[in-house]
Design a protein around this ligand. Structure first.
Ligand code: UD1
Ligand code: CA
Length: 454
């Protein structure tokens, strides 16, 4: 059976107190509604229809990588009215899976179970039992058969005791849905067109209505404010952390680990506290990540050691390298095997050759460093003249003395030596020593200035 998806996301989200539409608030760095779209895509939906109401420009910009039918619900007259906005995109004979945009933790496996239940029913609902069902639509059953959903505000005291609630997620045939939606009335306590009223219509027609349930209630928990957003963020993070631990990664504190993207891991990785990983990151086996590191879109190979407080962004770290503490690898930084970058060292668009070291207080930008080079403390490549960027090339085996400035474009030859404190403006040939600094004068009997009377 082919099916389409409708995602209801036109609600204003007033309680978020935000200029960003509610469904764009992120969970794990990704808009809430993107999590739902991705789940729908993974199920193989033919069509995904997004019912939106506010912030069209922001929504379209944030969700531009998806193929969506955009259905404007200019006025929010209820969930039934919202689904009506998508009808022009739905075809008779197919099923439609209705999802809500602000419950981001729904799992594809749960939706698959719902689709499976629909195989044996005319309408399948996702319901859950809650200890505190207040505010939710109650599932009314006659024996086993679901006969209606009654909204909290319309329920009588007996119905309010029911703990089985409507998650808002359901699937039915488009032909049925069209017929039922056409009959909706808004003569209820909220004056809204309730999608949930179609359940009683289906029951009256003698349709088979069945329910499926999520693995956990958190999957269907909605976000109305930032407190709930933070709660779901932590739940999602803990789940990701648990998955990683089950793959052989040690997290010293799974409560203090954040993955906002995709992480590919080897084995026996140890990740200390407060590490944040964003985008697409891969970490090889036997890697240690120290506390407070930020890793963004980078590759870290086996046996590397990223020490505390380091930032690695769009960079590659080969096997056996050591980075940090307090290092910053910026986009285009490439560390070849066993290279070392120490504290307060920044690399941008720079290759550090095999076994090369830049251990203290250094900036290397637009630079190629050969193997086994030693970059002394405080070395700076002057790659920017205020207008243009220029390159520095340092041959393998070279030794750059501390506190040197290499004014690019400049080439330092293989096994060349630069004396400490030099400002190098001309190329240095292989094996040469270059010293470019003021000569030291020692003046005997020097009198220090005395304080002037005021
Ligand atoms: C709805 C259900 C309720 C269920 C609950 C689960 C109805 C009438 N009630 O209630 O049975 O227990 O969800 O959270 O369906 N939306 C629109 N346009 C509208 C109104 C809502 O797009 O005109 C969207 C919202 O953005 C939201 C979803 O539909 O994503 C649900 O709307 P909400 O107002 O939260 O419905 P509830 O009153 O919570
Ligand atoms: Ca709700």
């Amino acid at each position: 059976m082919t099916f389409s998806v409708v995602i209801l996301a036109a609600g204003k989200g007033t309680r978020m107190k935000s200029t960003l539409p509610k469904v764009l608030h992120p969970i794990a760095g990704k808009p809430m509604v993107q999590h739902i779209i991705s789940a729908a895509q993974s199920l193989g939906a033919d069509n995904i229809n997004l019912v939106y109401g506010h912030g069209a420009d922001q929504l379209q910009a944030a969700l531009s990588q998806n193929t969506l039918n955009w259905c404007l619900q200019a006025e929010q007259l209820g969930t039934g009215h919202a689904v009506q906005q998508a009808l022009p995109f739905l075809s008779d004979g197919e099923d439609v899976l209705i999802l809500v945009g602000d419950a981001p933790l729904i799992k594809a496996s749960t939706l698959r179970a719902l689709l499976e239940v629909k195989q044996h029913a005319d309408l399948a609902l996702l319901t859950v039992h809650l200890d505190d069902p207040s505010g939710m639509g109650r599932i009314i059953r006659h024996g086993e058969q679901v006969t209606a959903i009654v909204e909290h505000k319309d329920a009588n005291p007996e119905q309010l005791k029911i703990r089985e609630i409507n998650t808002g997620i359901m699937i039915m045939g488009v032909t049925d849905l069209k017929r039922w939606l056409a009959k909706l009335k808004n003569n209820n306590s909220q004056g809204e067109f309730y999608l949930t009223d179609v359940i009683a219509m289906a029951a009256e027609e003698g349709k088979i209505i069945k329910a499926a349930h999520p693995g956990s209630a958190i999957e269907v928990e909605g976000v109305n404010n930032r407190v709930q957003l933070a709660r779901l963020e932590r739940a999602f993070q803990l789940e990701q952390a648990t998955e990683l631990m089950n793959k052989g990664v040690s997290l010293l504190d799974p409560q203090r680990f954040d993955l906002r993207g995709d992480l590919v891991v080897g084995q026996d990785i140890v990740i200390d506290v407060n590490v944040v990983i964003e985008g697409t990151v891969s970490i090889g086996s036997n890697v240690k990540i120290g506390p407070n590191c930020l890793l963004i879109d980078c590759e870290i190979a086996d046996n590397a050691n990223i020490e505390a407080n380091s930032i690695v962004e769009q960079a590659k770290v080969a096997s056996g390298c050591t980075v940090g503490p307090f290092a910053r690898l910026r986009p285009g930084a490439v560390l070849e095997k066993n290279a070392k970058v120490g504290n307060f060292v920044e690399l941008k668009n720079t290759i550090l050759g095999e076994g090369a070291k830049a251990n203290h207080f250094t900036y290397l930008g637009d630079t190629t460093v050969g193997s086994k080079v030693n970059i002394g403390a405080g070395t700076i490549t002057c790659n920017y003249d205020g207008v243009n960027k220029s390159k520095t090339i340092i041959g393998s085996g070279a030794f750059i003395g501390s506190n040197s400035s290499l004014v690019a474009p400049v080439i330092i030859g293989k096994n060349a030596t630069v004396g400490a404190g030099s400002t190098i403006t001309k190329d240095v040939q292989d094996e040469e020593l270059a010293i470019a600094r003021g000569k030291q004068r020692n003046i005997a009997g020097w009198q220090r200035p005395t304080k002037r009377p005021t």
